[in-house]
Design a protein around this ligand. Structure first.
Ligand code: ATP
Length: 355
């Protein structure tokens, strides 16, 4: 049995359904992210796991025990919020020791654990500082340390890095992941940042409208999205509408604005209106006359890669090219575009996403 199980969890606020029958199993030591746009129910789900929000329906089971009705402080979970919520009038050490004191841990043991946890998050020697005398990154680590000091069975993180600048956030992703692995602590992270989710997670639960629409490893979710929403939410992609002309053993022949293309159907059956999805990094720019004809409309340098927008019979396509030390064709230049059949994904056309 999985360590943490959410069974058919739902939360209604009046007539509004924030979480809509969500089931999820998290393994011991796993790092799982709830990833989705604002309002899709991530925080509400996490708050139900933490015990701060009472579910309208469903059960939460942790380590074989039904904890659905258990008070938050009895659940043995460490929680870190976006706002850190450190106690400003307490030193770092007192912030960390607070939860331990509440749990009746004796003073000497408290001191030892606070020191140990500060070492873990690389804040050794800063125990006497007050939060206002710390940088954003250091405060974030104190918040993490405070959650870890109680040695929780489960760590719940709600957008804990959204107040940090991009570089610091990237560093924290790696650091947090290393700490999580070292402690083997079962972790759920709430984020709308797909890079954050992909960098740290064993699995990603992509959420939309109060439900999980895909649960996979980051690689699988990116490579084989199962819905238009997952395709466009995880990384950038080109979407081109088309019509299935015929299907054979491995591929569908799809008509895209008069261009016929063979697209692998991965064993599913497709007919009628479809959308094909093509990642910008899978498109290659070649000499005009080869592949699909196009003209460069925009060219942007992004350091490690170039982003081109190319007008073609399939519409405006985004093309990402790694920076290999040469400058790609300028705006206005005629080019050809090619890709491998296997790089194209196919899904039935869906209604536009509402909420
Ligand atoms: P964000 O990334 O913006 O935090 P989220 O995916 O975490 O979004 P939730 O905070 O779980 O989303 O909210 C889901 C929906 O439930 C939202 O539409 C929100 O307005 C609504 N909601 C959350 N809490 C309440 C509440 N106490 N009363 C009424 N509606 C609420």
């Amino acid at each position: 049995m999985s360590f943490l199980q959410l069974n058919d969890l739902a939360k209604h606020f009046g007539d509004f359904t924030a979480v809509d029958g969500l089931s999820l199993s998290v393994e011991k030591g796993e790092f799982l992210s709830l990833l989705g746009p604002s309002g899709c129910g991530k925080t509400t789900t996490l708050q139900m796991v933490a015990g701060f929000v009472e579910p309208s329906r469903g059960r939460i089971v942790c380590d074989g025990k039904d904890i659905t009705q258990l008070r938050p402080e009895k659940r043995g979970m460490g929680v870190v919020f976006q706002s850190y919520a450190l106690f400003p009038h307490m030193t770092v050490a007192d912030n960390l020791g607070f939860g331990l004191e509440m749990r009746g841990v004796p003073r000497a043991e408290r001191k030892r654990r606070v020191g140990e946890t500060l070492d873990l998050v690389r804040l050794t020697g800063l125990g006497d500082r007050y939060p206002k005398a710390l940088s954003g990154g250091q405060r974030q680590r104190v918040a993490l340390a405070r959650a870890l000091a109680i040695r929780p069975e489960v760590l719940l993180l709600d957008e804990p890095m959204s107040n940090l600048d991009a570089k610091l956030r990237e560093e924290m992703h790696i650091e947090l992941r290393a700490i999580q692995r070292q402690l083997g602590i079962t972790t759920i992270l709430v984020t709308h940042d797909q890079v954050e989710a992909m960098t740290m997670s064993d699995r990603v639960a992509v959420m939309y409208g109060g439900r999980i629409v895909q649960l996979d490893t980051p690689f699988e979710a990116y490579e084989r999205p199962q819905s238009a929403f997952a395709s466009t939410f995880l990384g950038r992609t080109n979407t081109v509408p088309g019509t299935v002309v015929k299907a054979n053993g491995r591929c569908c022949e799809v008509d895209l604005a008069g261009v016929r293309m063979n697209v692998p159907h991965l064993g599913k059956s497709y007919d009628g209106k479809v959308d094909i999805y093509l990642r910008p990094e899978r498109i290659r720019v070649v000499e005009p006359g080869s592949g699909i004809a196009g003209q460069v409309a925009n060219r942007v340098f992004l350091g490690n890669h170039w982003m081109l927008e190319v007008d073609s019979v399939l519409g405006r396509l985004r093309v990402s090219q790694p920076n290999g030390g040469t400058v790609p064709p300028a705006e206005g230049t005629a080019v050809g575009l090619t890709w491998a059949d296997d790089d194209v994904r196919l899904l039935h056309t869906e209604a536009p996403h509402g909420r």
